[in-house]
Design a protein around this ligand. Structure first.
Ligand code: ADP
Ligand code: ZN
Ligand code: ZN
Length: 821
């Protein structure tokens, strides 16, 4: 008997065995997809990872339904890499498979249950079962019947679904099979019987009385003649023909019906870029050239190199030169960015250099486009020799990877938070590169502590650039002491006189200004001046943020919103005030302080929609906006040439975040935002407003002292047992019942601290201890660097299994975040 071993796209840790025939056994290869039945009557797209002849002992193997591929679409390296991700990040292999594949390649046709958009749900009105379904739909955009059966652990789920539909929460729809459809382009050619000269005159004769048809045929001849002069005849699209002849598709259709034209279709790659390589000569500066040589040198010894170059040192140009070297070898290059919003700028820069060798993979692309890139990468197409993407591009079926760049490697967006797999794209990239024998370059002006530590301990190579490109000076940083300014009444709203003077100066010189405030909305708190009441979210343990423009109070954790109250809900007083401030308030204040300046705002509220981010960037680049206010989105590698001033409105909120990385992050964020100033010629200026001008971190930012920050933080990390000295696994427990959760968390904590020979902390109530009506507790496991991590994880898994075996705790949701960021 013959069998295949498959991964199912479900949150299941195991692989499954199915029966195949002998013929199939010889046909099927690892990495092909097969449709298999699973559960009662569902069909899934499973991935073959082995063929064998070992009958499973615990269950009778079912037969596969059909083979879906003619050749593998997932490579063996990928399968091994996914298995590594599942083991290292402690998640089901099915989660990795499902997260890695474009969903169009996981097609299945079943009833799909989704939740209605933009409907506010009063969760207190839901029964437990209804709540579980509702909640699962917060995690996944849709569910299938069998998911719900397993969530509720009962067969008859129809009554629950019916109630949810009645409550206007759910919709059912039959999912359309969205399989991959290549875009076809319609072409015409002349029927072969008219190819000879006699045929031709016959044709013209036929069309004597059909002017429009004759015109289009004439245009066809013109086009084919002109295209032919450049070598072979090029196919002529219907679109082009109609354009040139200034005609209509009806006329073409008539000619096709008369069998004068023949139509045919060619598959066009959807993701097609018009740009051509400009062959722009790129000359590296001395410092860049030295760095370039240093990196190449380091690659002869080591697989990974860190390029630590100050902001605007011209790291991108060094990447370009390195990519060029790998292209010659015919190998593929992967360029990872922390944020898809940044791709537009970068793609432009790379296209100018490499033309159509650059492909982009990102989640805003639709399914078809993603499948197309998938196939190009798999087939080693020249069109996808360089792939740019955010973290998920790591899952593409690289044929032969030569080089990976992880730009802005310190960015926390490289770590996936939810759902599983909770992987770190930088670290997973290093593992992937190893199996391809490829090299990895990590780039940053503010490397993560972990990476710099690896470079210092010579695990990675290290190349540093301490000067900006073109002899531009580092920006001058000036600190403004808010305590003093408030005391001396030198503040207008949240602006010190210093900041106002400098903005005025910059504007008078026609220069642009960036203002940074890492909080959106108008203010995070509204408070009653009479009784002190602060409106809270009903479902979460946070105060509601005031959004003035929409006159709303909104929860940033669950999306709940309500109209801004005119009086206090507790004592009815109308004396309400706001506390704290966000980008919206800064923008408002700007309008009254600088009524003539044009202002823009860049935060999650203004960048929604497909090109929201790009539009704001463009208008700022085109100088349609003088002052741009924004959140940390501004800190991510943007290159503007006319910004002479950057203002950080308040440095303190970042510093006092309850997180062991708070100082490191504050340093990175401030240095990165400051780095947007003065990127060409004139020295830029940065004003940091703070109550703590003497804080070490702020001093380090001011003195551009990365190494000082590194050493100080490293010292703390060692003392308080954090990375890079300890690996952290964060265990999060969630449940609606406060007492049950508390008890379960304590049980888990106790078993862990008894069985793991290492620090276990908790169970802690996080700063926001309830989200969407679920209470949260966390446990931190700190694994010393020299402890074998594999066996520790096995022990943890065993403990979790026994936790789940306790009936009382089964409903508590437990998630693991390995190397939590
Ligand atoms: P970084 O990524 O290090 O912050 P960039 O790569 O964005 O810096 O470079 C900063 C600016 O300098 C960009 O506008 C870039 O086009 C320009 N630049 C850098 N190197 C060169 C070079 N060798 N030739 C021309 N322009 C360069
Ligand atoms: Zn009140
Ligand atoms: Zn909420």
């Amino acid at each position: 008997m013959y069998f295949v071993e498959v991964i199912l796209p479900l949150s299941l840790a195991k692989t499954f065995t199915y029966r195949i025939s002998e013929t199939e056994f010889h046909y099927i290869k690892k990495g092909m997809r097969v449709a298999v039945p699973f559960g009662k009557s569902k069909m899934y797209t499973a991935l073959v990872i082995a063929t064998h002849q070992n009958q499973p002992t615990l269950y009778e193997a079912k037969e596969i339904h059909q083979i879906l591929d003619e050749k593998p679409i997932v490579t063996e390296i990928q399968i091994a890499h996914w298995q590594w991700i599942s083991t290292y990040y402690m998640c089901a292999i099915g989660d990795v498979y499902r997260g890695a594949m474009p969903s169009a390649l996981l097609l299945e046709s079943e009833t799909v249950i989704t939740h209605k958009q933009d409907v506010f749900v009063d969760e207190s009105q839901l029964s437990d079962d209804e709540f579980l379904v509702y909640q699962a739909l917060q995690q996944q955009s849709s569910l299938k019947v069998h998911d719900i059966i397993s969530i509720l652990n009962k067969k008859n789920i129809v009554p629950v679904l019916q109630k949810l539909i009645d409550k206007n929460i759910l919709v059912l729809e039959e999912e359309i099979q969205e399989s991959y459809k290549p875009k076809l382009v319609r072409y015409v050619r002349l029927h072969s019987k008219y190819e000879s000269n006699t045929g031709l005159s016959e044709l013209i004769e036929t069309l004597k009385n059909a002017n429009k048809q004759r015109e289009i045929v004439m245009s066809y001849f013109q086009l084919s003649a002109s295209e032919k002069t450049r070598g072979e005849a090029k196919p002529i699209t219907v679109k082009k023909l109609i354009e040139v002849a200034n005609s209509s598709s009806a006329v073409v259709k008539a000619l096709i019906e008369k069998e004068i034209f023949e139509e045919y279709f060619i598959q066009e790659d959807r993701v097609n870029f018009a740009g051509k390589a400009q062959e722009k000569a790129l000359l590296l500066s001395q410092a860049q050239q030295t760095a370039f040589n240093g990196i190449k040198d380091s690659f002869t010894q080591k697989e990974v190199c860190l390029l630590h170059g100050v902001t605007s040192s011209g790291k991108t140009e060094i990447y370009i030169k390195l990519i060029e070297e790998y292209l010659v070898t015919g190998k593929q290059v992967l360029y990872l960015l922390p944020e898809i919003a940044l791709t537009t700028q970068l793609v432009g820069r790379l296209r100018a250099y490499f033309g159509d060798k650059v492909a982009v993979f990102h989640s805003k692309y639709n399914n078809n486009e993603r499948v197309e890139v998938w196939k190009q990468v798999l087939e080693n197409s020249p069109k996808a020799q360089i792939v740019i993407g955010a973290r998920s591009a790591l899952f593409l079926p690289f044929y032969q990877l030569g080089f990976i760049i992880v730009d802005e490697e310190h960015e926390q967006t490289f770590k996936q938070v939810d759902p599983a797999p909770r992987y770190h794209a930088r670290d997973a990239a290093i593992v992937l590169a190893h199996s391809h024998q490829a090299k990895v370059l990590l780039g940053s002006a503010t490397p993560s502590l972990e990476t710099y530590f690896n470079a210092q301990s010579e695990k990675y190579g290290l190349v540093e650039i301490s000067e900006r490109f073109g002899n531009v000076q580092m920006p001058l940083i000036e600190l403004v002491d808010l305590k003093d300014k408030y005391f001396r009444k030198r503040m207008t709203g949240h602006f010190s006189d210093t900041l106002i003077d400098d903005i005025t100066l910059a504007l008078s010189l026609g220069e642009q200004v960036i203002l940074f405030q890492n909080r959106r909305g108008y203010s995070p708190i509204i408070e009653c001046m009479t009784c002190g009441h602060v409106p809270q979210c009903q479902q979460c343990d946070v105060s509601l943020t005031y959004h003035k423009h929409k006159n709303q109070l909104r929860c940033h954790y669950c999306g709940y919103s309500m109209a801004k109250p005119t009086n206090c809900h507790s004592c009815s007083s109308i004396d309400l005030t706001t506390k704290g401030f966000g980008t919206e308030q800064i923008e408002q204040e700007l309008i009254s302080i600088f009524p003539l300046a044009k202002t823009g705002r860049m935060d999650q509220d203004t960048t929604r929609g497909k090109f929201g981010f790009e539009k704001i960037i463009d208008s700022f680049k085109n100088r349609e906006v003088d002052i741009l206010v924004g959140t940390q989105m501004l800190a991510k590698g943007l290159d503007f040439d006319n910004v002479s001033l950057v203002g950080i409105m308040n440095a303190d909120t970042m510093l006092y975040h309850p997180d062991f990385r708070a100082f490191e992050r504050s340093f990175q964020m401030m240095t990165q935002v400051a780095g947007r100033a003065g990127r060409s010629e004139k020295q830029g200026k940065v004003i940091i407003q703070t109550y703590n001008p003497n804080h070490n971190t702020i001093q380090q930012v001011t003195n551009n002292d990365y190494f000082g920050m590194y050493k100080e933080q490293l010292y703390d990390r060692q003392i308080y047992k954090y990375p890079p000295y300890f690996r952290i696994i964060k265990v999060t427990l969630k449940h609606r019942d406060f007492d049950k959760l508390k008890e379960g968390a304590m049980w888990l904590y106790q078993v862990m601290s008894q069985n793991l020979n290492m620090p276990v902390l908790g169970p802690e109530e996080p700063a926001i201890s309830r989200i969407r009506n679920e209470y949260i507790r966390t446990i931190l496991i700190k694994i010393p660097q020299n402890t074998p991590i594999g066996s520790t994880k096995k022990t943890i898994q065993k403990i979790l299994n026994s936790f789940e075996a306790v009936a009382l705790y089964r409903a508590i949701k437990v998630t693991l975040n390995v190397d939590f960021y």
